[in-house]
Write a protein that binds this ligand. Sequence first.
Ligand code: FEO
Ligand code: CA
Ligand code: CA
Length: 625
Amino acid sequence: MEDSNRSGNASLHEISDPARRTVLRLSMGAAAAALYGPMLGACASPRPGPLLGFTSVPPSRLDSVIVPPGYAAQVIAPWGEPVGVPGAMPPWRPDAGHSAAEQALQMGMHHDGIQYYPLDGSTRGLLAMNHEYVDDGLLHPDGRADWSAEKVRKAQAAHGVSVIEVAQAHGQWQMVRPSRYARRFTAATPFAVGGPAAGHALMRTAADPAGRTVLGTLNNCASGMTPWGTYLSGEENWAGYFDGGDTITEDQRRWGLRPASWARWGQHDERFDARRHPNEFHRFGWVVEIDPSDPGSTPVKRTALGRAAHEGAWVAVTKDGRAVVYSGEDAAFEYIYKFVSRDRIAPGGAAANRELLDHGTLYVARFDADGRGRWLPLVHGQGPLTAANGFADPGEVVIKARQASDRLGATRMDRPEWLAIDPRSGTVYCTLTNNSGRGAPGSPGVDAANPRERNTMGHIIRWQEDGDFHATTFAWNHLVLAGDPANERPEARGNVKGDFFGSPDGLVFDPRGLLWIQTDVSSSVMHQGDYARAGNNQMLACDVATGEVRRFLTGPTGCEITGAAFTPDARTLFVNVQHPGETPRDISDPSDPMKYSRWPDGRAARRPRSATVVIRKLDGGPIGS
Ligand code: FEO
Ligand code: CA
Ligand code: CA
């Protein structure tokens, strides 16, 4: 987790009283639901009764996935399985002895955000999913020993995004292989650049003098689906992959560049040596757009959405048909953004909307102490965003979105992770996973939106735009301050009551309107202190109308639960289990890779693997009912 915001943007000490809780104005609900609905596909019928119908599962420390009585969980698509490219399906090798070239045709490591794209309704479709990073101790038979160019290439091949075809038969889901849709995007895949930074001087490199083609996407964390059928993926912790040496500039420092990268790619791939190729550093940190249904399409980095440690990106639709893309950056004291497209979404799917996300206005959020908020425009020439202040043109504003947000006085948040938009009310929710540095010496103190010092448990904030999604003002409050004992009393603070959890990360509304919350408690604090009560990382469901939260799934030892995709009928749920068996130091011991977990392959396994879990209700009903 990166922490480089030294701006002087306001904290509570300067602005007001933390005790207030604003009631959201739910004025736009029905209209928003009607407009937001299409992006969810064919929704299940409106709620006939209580949304939450399952029996909560207890906290777990078992090395397995636990789901409620009446539900079944099945594992598909673990790391190393061939994705199904016709004629090129290298098999998984239990000793991880596959080559870099083979890895580039197999599922990557560390599954994260995931979306389902129907090919045949809710029984056959495509899954697009991210592979956030790797554990080099598991990825190579001998771990990080004898570090080599081949190991760097293999690590790069295990990053990125997979597109696979899946189908259901007799209640079970399987990968369809071969499939003409099967595809991997890695750190070597050419991406086009769209938006104001395309061709910009700060994007040009020796290998790409035009500044319009970038090799690869990195650290893809959360995901979103557009109403025109594409996949949005956020590049999150990319800054940690570059070596800065001892000549780091102030601008590079603001992005978290350090003298030496833990990934050690720069030792064998000079692209990642920022001393030799400083502009390569500008070519990551974007939201990337992929069309899963067109295997020949070129993926695009959408620079109009701003450069950041993007967790992901999520789309709402205004009443007049424009796209509004919400995005946060998961780093301590960083910001929440939204982009409003200039043009309306055109009928005709991805082909008709190829440049939609290249033109529009980017904003950053300021949460005021009175429960109101304002979107501050990152527009070149407006306010402080001038050449005199280091923003020569619109391209430089988006490349330096953090510095621009510092200048505008945006609110420094407690690590914004996923966002989710309630399809019924239009309320936007965002997880703020934790920030133990809040209030530490030399760090910002609390503010109204981030009201706890040493925020180890995290919280969920929500807001309602004034009138429509493109509005520049909004009303906000908290859904929950996680771990607050008040949550367990009937008059629960923030209106939430129910099962205990902390470090909320994944956040997804299902087609019936349940809000699903996934946790990412760090291995370094798991089962310790307040987290002794939480057990392994987990997934919970919240009925935002009643505030009730129930624990639905607990994951295996050392994992993170992240990414959730529902079929349109809400009867199948795909969930990703990331880094089962993660060690407190993140990198496994290759001489004993099974020390912490044998999930999902069990006793015969030689190393744990990230994988997708498919969940069905035994009676065929909607998930969560
Ligand atoms: Fe990759 Fe912010 O979690
Ligand atoms: Ca995350
Ligand atoms: Ca996280």
